[in-house]
Design a binder for this molecule. Sequence first.
Ligand SMILES: Nc1ncnc2c1ncn2[C@@H]1O[C@H](COP(=O)(O)OP(=O)(O)OP(=O)(O)O)[C@@H](O)[C@H]1O
Ligand SMILES: [Mg+2]
Length: 288
Amino acid sequence: MQEETLAAMPAALSPSPAEPVLRVDALTLAFGGVKALNGVGFDVQPGSITAVIGPNGAGKTSLFNTISGFYRPTAGSVQFEGADITRVAAPKRAAMGLARSFQNIALFRGMTVLDNIKLGRHAHLRTNVFDALFYLGRARREEAELRRDVEERIIDFLEIDHIRHASVAALPYGLQKRVEMARALAMQPKVLMLDEPVAGMNREETEDMARFILDVRREWGITVLMVEHDMAMVMDLSDHVVVLNFGQVIAQGTPQQVQADPEVVRAYLGAGDVGALRAKLRGTAVPA
Ligand SMILES: Nc1ncnc2c1ncn2[C@@H]1O[C@H](COP(=O)(O)OP(=O)(O)OP(=O)(O)O)[C@@H](O)[C@H]1O
Ligand SMILES: [Mg+2]
């Protein structure tokens, strides 16, 4: 039924599957003499899980900071849903639907889990006086109910009901990472950016987080862009992998394609012998 309707639509109205939700184009970022990013470009397809990998200092966090608007690039552009957002301020980008977590957890440690999640919603709060007046009364009440509904869905989804009133500082690291993801989800993003979501986690916590990332895409339809060092997780979860080295994209493609790329192997070679390295890139156990 739905297929018939789509087929009957004029070509210009049918959605184009090739339209990226996020496009990074020729991005350059310099800190003094250091070029943290040097002509970085790639597309993120809607509904994909895209990973950015690369050795320490490759420019991954700088890239995230530039995409989310904390750093202003020296050259190049960031496009979100077809619009150039290179000059848009960070909070506005968040409100447009680009939410992120941080490599070093950035939660309000003295506050409860629930209050931290509520803060995520502030990305959507209206600041315009006329809008605010308009939203007084019934509409505002409805919004408050909707917000509570979203918060409850997130708490339920991430299985953090039992800690909702706990202070963040008292939680183990793995749960703090989960709360940070909850806060990002509370922004109701279109693209969720995760900087090292499983860094410092044990195996069980890592598996939980991998499951949540897959479910974020499947149940909520959110596109995921992540930076991650855990190769097993990257290769398992990602549709598309972008490899950075010294601020440049040295390879990109499916997990299989980047694992087979000699440039990628070379970039990681500091880490040991080639056999161990290939196993690491494949995310499998190192052969004995
Ligand atoms: N605020 C800053 N001021 C000056 N130099 C910076 C700054 N942030 C990053 N750099 C430099 O830019 C380069 C890229 O750093 P970045 O943190 O983006 O790497 P990364 O790929 O995230 O590394 P890691 O895997 O260790 O997190 C490095 O040479 C780093 O020293
Ligand atoms: Mg980093």
